[in-house]
Design a protein. Structure first.
Length: 222
């Protein structure tokens, strides 16, 4: 992907590789000047960039939306990468580049054109203050209120108590995982559509049968 970005001539690629130092060395050997390993200041790097090109549609995309950084999905990884790309594209918060021939034109439009302006406004609107402060305010409220009175001794364990505790812990873990997924994937479309349209958008994003042609077209790229 970085070589294609460089060769299309629309932008100078800046690649973040995390802990994969071997990939950093390979990219630099291939002529990618701005290849980095672990980066401590991703917000600063995003503010210095003109566009984010990603292939998974996860939390990095949400950070870009909050930074007013236009997002393009390209060479998406199979599974959640394609699913997220379809949902974000339909919601209007990230454009999905399916054909390499379109890469240069799309990047130029995101950097200096009306498409980029619309995406910046849409992304920033996702993080506008709501009347009740949103999920972050509720988490802060619960944290400030504490966990209640711990002085009371818990009831003695009964015959079925260990199993009930395990079931309860599993239910809480499952609910937490669902909440995290909903925040990460659903936030990108939640403020864009009304109720029925939102359900259609999520249904599109989770309909893997509709993505079968895209899976065949994109292939297994990292």
């Amino acid at each position: 992907m970085p070589l294609e970005l460089r060769d299309c001539g629309a932008a100078v690629p800046v690649v973040v590789c995390g802990r994969n130092e071997a990939l950093v060395e390979q990219l630099r050997a291939d002529g990618i000047e701005y290849a980095f390993g672990w980066v401590d200041d991703m917000p600063g790097l995003m503010r210095a960039a003109d566009v984010l090109v990603q292939n998974a549609g996860g939390l990095t995309s949400l950070k870009a939306f909050a930074s007013g950084l236009p997002v393009a999905s390209y060479r998406c990884i199979p599974g959640h990468g394609l699913t997220n790309a379809a949902a974000l594209d339909e919601a209007g918060v990230a454009v999905w580049v399916r054909d390499t021939a379109d890469l240069k034109a799309v990047l130029c439009d995101l950097i200096d054109g009306p498409l980029g302006a619309r995406q910046r406004a849409t992304g920033l609107a996702l993080f506008a203050q709501t009347q009740d402060g949103g999920p972050a305010a509720e988490i802060a409220r619960v944290h400030r209120s504490g966990l209640g009175d711990r002085s009371q001794n818990p009831p003695p364990p009964g015959p079925g108590r260990p199993r009930r505790l395990r079931t309860r812990r599993l239910a809480v873990s499952g609910a937490t995982a669902c909440a995290v997924w909903a925040c990460a994937v659903g936030t990108g479309v939640a403020t864009t559509y009304d109720g029925p349209a939102l359900m259609r958008t999520l249904g599109h994003g989770l309909d893997l049968d509709r993505l079968t042609p895209a899976l065949d077209q994109e292939g297994h790229h990292q």
